[in-house]
Design a protein around this ligand. Structure first.
Ligand code: AHG
Ligand code: MN
Ligand code: MN
Length: 335
C-alpha cells in the first residue's frame, strides 16, 4: 500500500505487533491522544476569534471559550486520557502534583503513566505563531493493583515507551515514536483525519541552523558563548543561520527536517535552564535519538538523568548529531 494513504489510526493498529507489550493498550492510549489533539487543534485555530464569538453571544455561561488556552488544553488531554482505563497517572506542566487515576471497576489496574506539556510556546498564541503539545509515556513501576506513587513519574527518559508532539502550525501535525523510528502525520482539517505524511523522519547528521534565545547571551556559560561565536564565524559551511520561534516544538520540528541545533542552556539567571526535564526534554530527547539526532544537557545524554522532582528543569542541547557533539566539545573546554 502507498504509505501516504495510511491514516494515523491504521498506522497505530498496523504497528501494534512490533511493540514489545502487545496488549493493544498503547494503541488505545495513542488513539486517545489523537482525539485530544484534534479537539485542541480546533480550539487553537479559533483562538483569534474568541472575543468575536464571545461578543456574538456564543460563549457559554461559564465563559468557557475565554478560558486560557493552556488551561483548556490541559483539561482536554486529562479528560480524554483518564477515561480510557489505560492510564493510571498523569503529570502535567500545568498541575502542581501528579494525578492518580483509578478506573471505577478496575482497582488500579491501569499500566501507563503520561507526562504532558499541554500547550508549549503559549506566549506565541496571541501573535498567531505555531504552538504545540508534548507527551511522554511510561509503564508504571509500582505493582498493578496499588495506587501510583511519585516513583512512577520519576523514571529516567530511557524508560519511555512512547513520546511525541503535536505542532499546531501552518498545518497541524502529530509526530511520535514508540522506539522504532519517528513518523509524522498531517491533519486534513476537512476530514478530521491524520495521514502519514512524513514516514521515518530523521535529523540530517549535520545542519546549518542554530536556535537559541540570544537575548540571554550575556548570562550564558562560556562554552555556549564560544559555540555561538563558532556558529557565526566565516569558515567552511559557516556562518550558520539563526532561527528561534520560541516554542520548542516548532523549533525542534524545523530543525529535524532541515538540520539544526536547539539550545536552552543554564544561565546566571536560571541555574538549571528553563525547560522541564519530564514534560519537554525527555520526550524530545527520545524523538531526537530515534531520529538519528542527539540530546544532552551539554555533557551527558538527557535520557540518562535520574529525575529528582516533577517540575525539574535542565539545560537542553538537542538536534543534529554532529552539531550537538560540537556544542559539547565547547562545553567540555570552558563550561
Ligand atoms: P511553555 O509555553 O510550555 O511554558 O514553554 C515555553 C518554552 C519553550 O517552548 C520555548 O522554546 C522556550 O520556553 C522559550 O523561552 P524564552 O522565551 O526564554 O526564550
Ligand atoms: Mn513548553
Ligand atoms: Mn506549556
Amino acid at each position: 500500500m502507498d504509505k501516504k494513504t495510511l491514516t494515523l489510526g491504521e498506522f497505530i493498529i498496523g504497528n501494534q505487533d512490533s511493540f514489545q507489550y502487545t496488549s493493544g493498550e498503547l494503541s488505545r492510549l495513542l488513539n486517545g491522544l489523537r482525539l485530544a489533539a484534534k479537539v485542541v487543534n480546533h480550539e487553537v485555530n479559533k483562538a483569534g476569534l474568541v472575543d468575536i464569538i464571545g461578543a456574538a453571544g456564543d460563549t457559554n455561561i461559564q465563559g468557557e471559550n475565554q478560558q486560557k488556552l493552556d488551561v483548556m488544553a490541559n483539561e482536554k488531554f486529562i479528560q480524554t486520557l483518564s477515561k480510557r482505563e489505560i492510564v493510571c497517572g498523569i503529570a502535567s506542566e500545568e498541575e502542581d502534583d501528579f494525578i492518580s487515576i483509578n478506573s471505577f471497576d478496575k482497582q488500579h489496574q491501569n499500566k501507563y503513566i503520561v507526562l504532558i506539556d499541554p500547550l508549549d510556546g503559549s506566549s506565541n498564541i496571541d501573535v498567531n505563531v505555531s504552538v504545540g503539545t508534548i507527551f511522554s509515556i511510561y509503564r508504571r513501576i509500582t505493582p498493578v493493583g496499588t495506587p501510583v506513587t511519585i516513583e512512577d513519574f520519576l523514571q529516567p527518559g530511557r524508560n519511555q515507551v512512547a513520546a511525541g508532539y503535536i505542532v499546531y502550525g501552518t498545518s497541524t501535525m502529530l509526530v511520535y515514536t514508540t522506539g522504532d523510528g519517528v513518523n509524522g502525520f498531517t491533519l486534513n482539517p476537512a476530514l478530521g483525519t491524520f495521514y502519514l505524511s512524513h514516514p521515518d523522519m530523521e535529523f540530517p547528521e549535520n545542519g546549518k541552523i542554530y536556535s537559541v534565545n540570544e537575548g540571554n547571551y550575556i548570562h550564558f556559560p562560556q562554552g555556549v558563548k564560544d559555540y555561538i561565536k563558532y556558529c557565526q564565524e566565516e569558515e567552511d559551511d559557516r556562518p550558520y543561520t539563526s532561527r528561534y520561534i520560541g516554542s520548542l516544538v516548532s523549533d525542534f520540528h524545523r530543525n529535524m527536517i532541515k538540520g539544526g541545533i536547539y539550545l536552552y542552556p543554564k544561565s546566571s539567571k536560571a541555574s538549571e535552564g528553563k525547560l522541564r526535564l519530564l514534560y519537554e526534554c525527555n520526550p524530545m530527547a527520545f524523538l531526537a535519538e530515534q531520529a538519528n539526532g542527539k540530546a544532552s544537557d551539554g555533557f551527558n545524554p538527557i535520557m540518562d538523568i535520574k529525575p529528582k522532582e516533577l517540575h525539574q528543569r535542565v539545560p537542553f542541547f538537542c538536534g543534529s548529531k554532529k552539531m550537538v557533539e560540537k556544542a559539547e566539545e565547547f562545553m567540555a573546554l570552558r563550561a
